[in-house]
Structure formats: C-alpha cells, structure tokens
Design a protein around this ligand. Structure first.
Ligand code: KIV
Length: 278
C-alpha cells in the first residue's frame, strides 16, 4: 500500500530542486482525482467559502465547516500530504484558541498539517504549534482573511517597506518552524528572493511567479468550474463550466424528449411477476 507523502518528503523536494505541486480540494471526489493524478499536496483551503459555499469572502467560514470538508478530502486521500486551512478567528483571538483548533484538524480529520495567515505577528503561535508537534504552513502576501484591512485583493510587497516586511515575515515564520510558506500575489522577483533566502521553508506560490519552490492553485479555477471572475494568475486548464453546461442541457432535453433513460439504463422484471400483481 502506498503511504501519503510526509513533511520530510516535501522538505527534501526543496533541497533537490523538485517543484512541489499543490491544489485545493474540498470533497472526496476531487481528492480522489488529485491522488490519481499524482499531486504532492492538497490544501483544504478556506477558499471553500467562496467557491463551494457561496460566501463573498473567506471571513464567514467556520471551524466546523473546515473540519467537515477536510474529513471528506481525507476519505479520498491515499498519497498526498493534506493541509487543513485555519479559518478566520480560529487563531487570532488567543494562542490557546489557535493551538486547540490546530489540534482539532489533526485529531478529528487525520490531515498532516495546518495553514494559517500572517507573518511575524503569528510567529510565536507557529512556534508553539510546532513545539506541540503540529506541522505548520504559513501564508503571507495577500492574506484573504484580512481583505477588509488590506482594502481589497491587491498585489502585495510592491514598495521598499512592504517588500522588506514580507521578507522579514518569511524569515520569522521559518525561524518559528513553519515548514512551508504560501506566497500569494507577490511580484515574481520578490518571491524568488524570499525563496532563495529561506534555507528550509518551502515556498509555495500563487500569483507569485515561477521562482517559488512549488505552486498552488484553487481547483475550481484550474478546472474552469464557473465562468465568473478568475484572477490573472489562475490558469484555466479545462473549461469544465462549458462541459457541465453542455451535459446538463443534453440531459434536460433527453428527459423532456423521453429519450433517457434508454433500455441500457433500465432494470427488467419477469412478465409473470407483473401478471401476479393483478
Ligand atoms: O484558501 C485557499 O485556497 C488558499 C490558497 C489560495 C493558497 O489559501
């Protein structure tokens, strides 16, 4: 039986210059498909709020929702390293909340690590989680849980002060023991610099160019699930929206025309059984 990748495998990939692949998933079926494709890491992102639950941001997402979706992903997982995303206010109010909620991910879902947003301000919490045996992925740059504070979804680290702060945040997270750091919406050259400076933490970029140790995309963006807004950095590998629409329309028209179900989709019964009903 194949075992899931471990934190050691992921860290080794950085040292060997092998790009790390990560995609988000929120349910059993997507998790199974990603496993079959050979993905390294699955992130059960709080983006579930936007793409699967219909919220307008990740802010309303709760711990219970995250645990529910992470459990479903874990049931479909056999080989990937799965990371559960800590939702807004599951770690910001106190370190005790943070430790307790991070532990819930590992204990109740069986996933291998947690991700949380923030730089040096969350480093002490990260250190405590790591001391407690919880692998941590950091997340800096555009941090969607703080979208109200950031004033919108914008590229981060563009001036000297912001670029310096991003580099310092990355170093603080690495020092605290984060084994990987998501860099979201950061200029390519800055993300490359951060990647070079960090000796052990694996950088995983999203809208951060090609110089990171790995890449992450939201599965719904990658698959073209809807035809709504998609960020510039999100490459659409297939237009599933068009395929789904076509299939749903064909089904509706088949049912209306009584051409579905056909004989091959139907169960038969012996005539004499039917006769005995009257
Ligand atoms: O929630 C999420 O999907 C994320 C990725 C964008 C990294 O945090």
């Amino acid at each position: 039986m194949t075992k899931p990748l471990t934190i050691t495998d992921i860290k080794k990939m950085k040292q060997e210059g092998i790009p790390v692949t990560m995609v988000t998933a929120y349910d059993y079926a997507m998790s199974k498909n990603l496993n079959e494709a050979g993905i390294d890491m699955i992130l059960v992102g709080d983006s579930v709020g936007n793409v699967a639950l219909g919220y307008t941001s990740t802010v309303p997402v709760t711990m219970e929702e995250m645990l529910h979706h992470t459990k479903a992903v874990m049931r479909g997982n056999s080989t990937a390293f799965v990371v559960g995303d800590m939702p807004f206010m599951s770690y910001q109010a106190s370190e005790v909340d943070g430790l307790y909620n991070a532990a819930r991910f590992l204990k109740e879902t069986g996933c291998s690590a947690v991700k949380l947003e923030g730089g040096s301000e969350v480093a002490p919490l990260v250190a405590k989680m790591v001391q407690a045996g919880i692998p941590v992925v950091g997340h800096i740059g555009l941090t969607p849980q703080s979208v109200n504070q950031l004033g919108g979804f914008k590229v981060q680290g563009k001036d000297v002060a912001a670029a310096k702060k991003l580099l310092e945040d990355a170093k603080a997270l690495e020092e605290a023991g984060a084994f990987a750091i998501v860099l979201e919406c950061v200029p390519e050259a800055l993300a490359t610099k951060v990647t070079e400076v960090l000796k052990s933490a694996v950088t995983i970029g999203i809208g951060a160019g090609n110089g990171c140790d790995g890449q992450v995309l939201v599965c719904n963006d990658l698959l073209g699930f809807t035809d709504g807004f998609r960020p510039k950095f999100a490459k659409k590998y297939v237009d599933l929206h068009a395929h789904m629409l076509g299939a749903f329309k064909e089904y509706i028209s088949d049912v209306k025309a009584r051409s579905f179900p056909a004989k091959e989709h139907t169960f038969a019964i012996e005539e004499e059984v039917l006769e005995k009903l009257y």
